[in-house]
Ligand binder design. Structure first.
Ligand code: AGP
Length: 607
């Protein structure tokens, strides 16, 4: 989705903004632009395509101490130079960058056109530039304040005016915006990597906050116009964590970071006695007993982690769980009251579908817990309790390390609840904890065998369609494996419960069709063998994933991959890893942009 950066200070704003935009590339974008105040004018440059196009179009001697920049991911209007941000008013004295959607822009546009204003783009954002201009009378803060009264929708805005080179005005409503605090310089950004090179001290704006940035000061006003202070937070990770560190892509770097990420969660959440530490989250036996219903709400990969979450909470804690897609949940009038526990799951913590569901549930009295990776994100801030996944920055659009840490977090929540409710025997609990502690090593074993997977990918990358089948927990991993492959390889892929294949989808199996069979569940292993045979009988090809030692599957597989032995319920933490590697190597073999696949965005802040 769109990215925002703004700079005011002693340095030349141009390289700071361009560099910041490059750090935001991972969010996904189709055009980029910059507006800087060069004294007698706002210099506005925009280009379709990569940031490098924009960079090349700028004069080498361009200099300014204040400016804003934007990467756009098209929502209203096609990707084009004209539709790229910043947008500006008629005489180019006011420029605006915007993330989100102005819902009432048609109505505002009509009214502004009635006032004689000619629009040049198809975007919703352009109305903001004209609206601010309409109210502008030498005071940018006042003009933005007046404009906000008329805007509906979600927005993070950065606004500059030619005649006020000493300030940037920034606003946040339902779209993330962070303020970076430096020495004689301040920043705005849609997310931290854009400014991390310059400062680790940030503050997150609350909904409806307006920030006025000058070189030496940041003043914040809440939605009522009262001056407020927001806590300054220090970012714990550094730029290295957000760079490729010798890997060709972020995606493969992040796949390889999983043993470390899982280890971090284990170290922070399981104490020496094997007890689970919730880190300030108050979840007493009474609290858990009070829960009548649990909804897990999430999108995409996080939703798949939720499917595993349901399985383990029901198995360990014996509580009923429903898993819901964020974009559906909020519109289906779910049954919610103060006995409902909502667990939202989100890597970015900004996914609007999930966030809006959270808000609706909160309004209706539910307790909100969240599993989130990005510290200080909207979902984290609006939840009653947050389980951070501590996976570090995930830059590749395809979520990998966030997924495994989300799943692990669910295991720990489920075991914690089961322990509190006394519905799990101590021996069983201890043996699961013991097995969990082996997971980082087991993942490393899979990663070390990457060449086997790369070889299969190099032979199979030209497929037009690939199916994934599994039973039990392997179905959930099939969904995620299929999504991963689709996202970065663009191969048409479908995941289906293996037993369901014969009820229709088997019609699509022809000679050579690749079917990935995930068969890690001991009690369902033989059933899987039968389903694989059904595929073989139609001359399909099989890539199977099974626990090491389970070798009957070899004879009916064209390719075979192994995961280290663990108890059935923990296999998702392992079986997804070869699937991530497979998707990655197929994508590389097809020459795709692995980290920034077409049409996708890292953080989906529109509905
Ligand atoms: C994952 O590979 C996808 N890019 C996507 O499905 C993602 O998981 C989804 O948009 C939800 O994002 P979130 O976890 O940041 O909420």
């Amino acid at each position: 989705m769109c990215g925002i950066i703004g700079y005011i200070g002693e340095k030349n704003a141009v390289p700071v903004i361009i560099d910041g935009l490059k750090k935001l590339e991972y969010r996904g974008y189709d055009s980029a632009g910059i507006a800087i105040n060069i004294g007698n004018e706002l210099k506005i440059e925009k280009k379709q395509g990569r940031i490098i196009n924009l960079e090349k179009s700028l004069d080498n001697d361009l200099y300014a101490n204040v400016g804003i920049g934007h990467t756009r991911w098209a929502t209203h209007g096609e990707p084009s130079e004209i539709n790229a941000h910043p947008h500006y008013n008629i005489d180019k004295s006011i420029a605006v960058i915007h993330n989100g959607i102005i819902e009432n822009y048609t109505e505002l546009k009509k009214w502004l056109e009635g006032e004689g204003i000619k629009f040049i783009s198809e975007t919703d954002t352009e109305v903001v530039a004209h609206l601010v201009s309409y109210y502008y009378n030498g005071d940018l803060v006042k003009a933005v304040t007046e404009s906000l009264k008329r805007l509906r929708g979600a927005y993070a805005l950065g606004v500059v005016a030619k005649d006020e080179p000493d300030k940037i005005v920034a606003v946040r409503k339902d779209s993330p915006l962070v303020i970076g605090l430096g020495k004689e310089e301040n920043f705005i950004a849609s997310d931290v990597p854009a400014i991390l090179k310059h400062t680790k001290n940030v503050l997150y704006l609350d909904n409806d906050d307006m920030a006025i940035l000058t070189k030496n000061e940041v003043k914040i006003f809440n939605g009522n116009g009262d001056r407020v202070e927001r806590d300054i937070e220090t970012i714990e990770w550094d730029m290295e964590a957000a760079e490729k560190g010798g890997y060709p892509h972020f995606t493969i770097k992040e796949i390889n970071e999983q043993p470390e990420g899982i280890q971090k969660v284990i170290d922070r959440r399981i104490n020496d006695d094997g007890k689970i530490v919730l880190d300030g989250i108050n979840l007493s036996k009474d609290d858990i007993e009070k829960i009548s219903r649990i909804y897990i709400v999430a999108c995409g990969t996080s939703y798949h982690a939720g499917l595993v979450g349901k399985y383990v909470i029901e198995k360990f804690a014996k509580l009923p769980v429903q898993v819901e897609i964020g974009s559906e949940f909020r519109y289906k009038d779910p049954l919610i009251d103060d006995k409902t526990l909502i667990i939202t799951v989100s890597q970015s913590g900004e996914t609007l579908d999930t966030l809006q569901s959270l808000r609706i549930a909160k309004e209706q009295g539910a307790r909100i817990m969240s599993i989130v990776n990005v510290v200080g994100s909207s979902i984290a801030r609006e939840s009653d309790d947050v389980f951070y996944t501590w996976a570090g920055p995930e830059i590749g659009v395809a979520s990998t390390k966030a997924f495994t840490t989300q799943m692990l977090t669910f295991y720990l929540i489920a075991l914690f609840m089961a322990d509190k409710l006394e519905v799990i025997e101590k021996e069983k609990y201890d043996s699961i904890i013991k097995e969990i502690k082996k997971i980082p090593n087991d993942i490393q074993t899979i990663l070390d065998n990457y060449k086997d997977i790369q070889k299969i990918a190099d032979e199979q990358f030209n497929n037009e369609k690939i199916f994934f089948i599994g039973r039990g927990l392997d179905v959930e991993i099939s969904y995620e494996a299929s999504l991963k492959l689709k996202e970065i390889s663009y191969i048409n892929s479908q995941a289906i419960a293996a037993g369901e294949l014969k009820h229709g989808t088997i019609a699509l199996i022809e000679e050579g069709t690749l079917v990935v069979a995930i068969a890690t569940q001991d009690k369902l292993y033989e059933k899987m063998l039968s389903n694989i045979k059904e595929v073989k009988a139609r001359k399909g090809s099989i890539l199977s994933i099974a626990k090491e030692g389970n070798n009957e599957i070899n004879d009916i597989s064209d390719y075979r991959l192994s995961i280290p032995n663990t108890i059935d319920i923990l296999t998702p933490l392992l079986s997804i890893v070869p699937m991530q590697l497979f998707a990655y190597y197929v994508s590389v073999a097809r020459g795709n942009d692995v980290d920034m696949p077409r049409n996708l965005a890292k953080s989906v802040t529109v509905e």
